[in-house]
Unconditional design. Structure first.
Lengths: 113, 113
């Protein structure tokens, strides 16, 4: 069973702080990693993807990947109340010739003004 | 560029009925994937279609089926509906069926009475 694990939270941070969201995955052969943001009652929105070990930055967001530890994280700098949402980690699992996305159950982030 | 379009947005059905959901991908995207999202199980992969062929399938019963047309639009059908089929059904598209990011539509909220 291929799994993606996330702390369900809620993770509460004050406005302006750094929010750190973590995710571990079980399939060592996974190559592609994604972070989605989902507001209550809405569909997931892609915010970051990363394929190589190391850091990838996009505005206030940084994705970090460590394949040896099977660990991927998302840092949100200068957190804003509008960042309050559930963050979903997703990993492509290659079960045959093609891959499909496996999602974690998400971490609920609350940014307090 | 228009996003992924799903219709209808809401559906109410009774047990034993069947339902068909529709998804139009982003223009130029040829891969369409379907997911079921419930509070208890999170986002679970149903199947993926690429060039009118089912390329990948999740662990759902045969009551769940789909197809893709030559214009990449996809439909998902659920027969003999059960109470447990109540969920948000999400469609996502990507340019190809490799490791590219998937973009989600707004979903169809299906309620079974």
């Amino acid at each position: 069973q291929k799994e993606v694990e996330q702390n369900s939270g809620p993770l509460s941070v004050p406005e302006g702080a750094i929010a750190s969201l973590n995710c571990t995955y079980s399939d060592r052969g996974s190559q592609s990693f994604f972070w989605y943001r989902q507001y209550s009652g809405k569909s997931p929105e892609l915010i970051m993807f990363i394929y190589s070990n190391g850091d990838k930055e996009d505005g206030r967001f940084t994705a970090q990947l460590n394949k040896a530890s099977q660990y991927v994280s998302l840092l949100i700098r200068d957190s804003q109340p509008s960042d309050s949402a559930t963050y979903l980690c997703a990993v492509i699992y290659y079960g045959g010739s093609q891959g499909n996305l496996i999602f974690g159950k998400g971490t609920k982030l609350s940014v307090k003004p | 560029k228009a996003g992924v379009t799903q219709t209808p947005r809401y559906l109410i059905k009774t047990r034993g009925q069947q339902v068909t959901l529709s998804c139009s991908p982003i223009s130029g995207h040829r891969s369409v994937s379907w997911y079921q999202q419930t509070p208890g199980q999170g986002l679970q992969f149903l199947f993926e279609y690429f060039s009118e062929t089912q390329r990948n399938k999740g662990n759902f019963p045969g009551r769940f089926s789909g197809r893709q047309f030559s214009n990449s639009r996809s439909e998902m059908n659920v027969s003999t509906l059960e109470l447990g089929d109540s969920a948000l059904y999400l469609c996502a598209s990507s340019p190809d069926s490799g490791n590219q990011p998937q973009h989600f539509g707004d979903g169809t909220r299906l309620s079974i009475l």
